[in-house]
Design a protein around this ligand. Structure first.
Ligand SMILES: [Fe+2]
Length: 243
């Protein structure tokens, strides 16, 4: 499997708190059959030290990759960042390239949970006009989609790739997110599913149960497409439209 949403780098955000925990997360991922992941630390660009943050990110990524190699853990960790899509990100993008998956044009983005559909569309549209492709993290967790899951279709129609969280499918983010995730998956609007893992204990990168649920409820091939094929296409910069 390929897990494109994981807060595995230590010391950068509310994810792994130490190298030891990051290694433990990598072990859990590898044991459940994840071969490739993206280290998607939160990226907020309202900060003055954005350049320094990116530098620290790159250093932490190299350290983790080296540590996993040293310990013989077979998880290929790629670069990425979960970018908070707001005014400050758009301003930052005026003069800097944004950190997409593997340095490419596919961005993992998130919003504040109370954003409106109109604001979300405007922000994503501005990024897409700059030539980026959007992967939207956990659409099922935003208020405007929980209230009206059909809004997910509006994003989908605009070409936004929707990434559903494994935890939402399991009901860990409440009834609203569970129902919205079910709508998105059931209507075939989901582009991929990922763990959004933050630690080795509660929000872990274990996707084994997710894989089973996807195949059981959303079609025999669902896990292959959402946990393998589509994430691979995104990493390769190919998009999903040729499916
Ligand atoms: Fe996340």
């Amino acid at each position: 499997m390929i897990d494109l949403h994981m807060h595995i780098l230590p010391g950068l955000d509310d994810g792994a708190q130490s190298m030891e925990e990051a290694v433990e997360m990598a072990q859990i991922a590898a044991e459940c059959g994840t071969e490739v992941c993206a280290a998607t630390s939160h990226g907020r660009f309202d900060r003055q030290d954005a350049g320094e943050y990116i530098f620290r990110y790159r250093k932490a990524l190299k350290q983790l990759q080296a540590e996993l190699k040293r310990r013989g853990i077979g998880l290929d960790v790629r670069s990425g960042m979960e970018l908070l899509a707001d005014e400050s990100l758009l301003r930052y993008a005026e003069s800097h390239p944004l950190p997409g998956y593997g340095g490419g044009r596919f961005l993992l983005t998130e919003f504040y949970f109370d954003i409106s559909l109109r604001q979300a569309l405007e922000t994503l549209d501005a990024l897409m006009r700059k030539g980026y492709h959007i992967v939207l993290a956990h659409p099922e967790r935003y208020d405007f989609i929980k209230r009206q899951p059909e809004n997910a279709y509006t994003l989908y129609r605009e070409g936004v790739i929707l990434q559903v969280n494994a935890g939402s499918i399991a009901g860990k983010f409440g009834r609203g997110a569970f129902r919205a995730a079910d709508h998105i998956l059931g209507e075939g609007l989901a582009g991929l599913v990922a763990s959004d893992a933050h630690d080795a204990f509660t929000r872990t990168p274990d996707l084994e149960e997710t894989e089973r649920i996807l195949d059981l409820y959303y079609g025999i091939d669902a896990s292959g497409i959402l946990l393998e094929e589509n994430p691979r296409r995104i990493l390769e910069g190919r998009g999903l439209d040729e499916l």
